[in-house]
Design a protein around this ligand. Structure first.
Ligand code: CMP
Length: 218
């Protein structure tokens, strides 16, 4: 427990009390710990082994959020807000998990509020990661949309010609993104040698490559 960020900087006495509040459980690889939507108010600390956090969607697709190893915490969200589990948790490598139930949690944070602060730090870190991911995802989409707009413009306005005259603003309107995003995407495409940028013009150097971008293949 001393290794987890949840107990960073807390006194030995607090750690001793915490050890008594947690219950150790062994889980074999492949075991589902809980599923998204489950009711449950317990927080877990990975003592050994590996756990993955993911979501399955109706069409069977899955999205991986994280792999967690020793010292890492999960399940804190439902413990804090009493809402159903936001994701599923499954054991990937035989694991020993330390489980903290709500009663234990409350008596612990009342006595040692620094643990609550540590939990807030863990949540802040997760939010930062989620923000970054959101940015990357929307950027990927914008890449595809900008590439699509360039290809479409080349086909419809230039009969397949590769040198397009247009401003970033026009391209933004065509691709349904902001001008800033278009500029960012164009700079990335230029760095990948897919386009050449002039003032008021975009030259398509590699239309096949751009089609791949449009389809999300690169
Ligand atoms: P809870 O909602 O109780 O149950 C699922 C848990 O997965 C959640 O608490 C978090 O601890 C964890 N979790 C949810 N989203 C992420 C994420 N993006 N990265 C890492 N862990 C997550």
């Amino acid at each position: 427990l001393a290794q987890t960020p949840l107990f960073r900087g807390v006194s030995e006495t607090a750690l001793q009390v915490a050890r008594e509040a947690f219950v150790a459980r062994s889980y074999p690889a492949g075991k589902l710990i809980f599923e998204a939507g489950d009711l449950g108010a317990a927080l877990y600390v990975v003592q050994s082994g590996k756990v993955r956090i993911y979501r399955t969607y109706f069409d069977g697709r899955e999205r991986m959020f994280a792999y967690l190893g020793p010292g890492e915490v999960f399940g804190e969200m439902s413990l804090l807000d009493d809402q159903p589990r936001s994701a599923s948790a499954e054991v990937v490598e035989d694991a020993v998990l330390l489980v903290l139930y709500q009663d234990g949690y409350w008596s612990l944070v009342r006595r040692y509020p620094e643990i609550l602060h540590n939990l807030a730090v863990i949540l802040a870190k997760r939010l930062r990661e989620a923000d970054l991911e959101l940015e990357v995802l929307s950027f990927e989409e914008a890449r595809g949309r900008v590439a699509y707009a360039l290809i479409k413009l080349s086909r419809q306005l230039y009969n397949g010609g590769n040198k397009l005259r247009l401003t970033h603003m026009e391209l933004a309107q065509l691709s349904g993104t902001s001008r800033e995003t278009v500029t960012r995407v164009l700079h990335a495409l230029r760095d990948e040698e897919l386009v050449k940028l002039g003032s008021g013009s975009v030259e398509l150097l590699d239309p096949t490559g751009l089609e791949e971008v449009m389809l999300g293949l690169r």
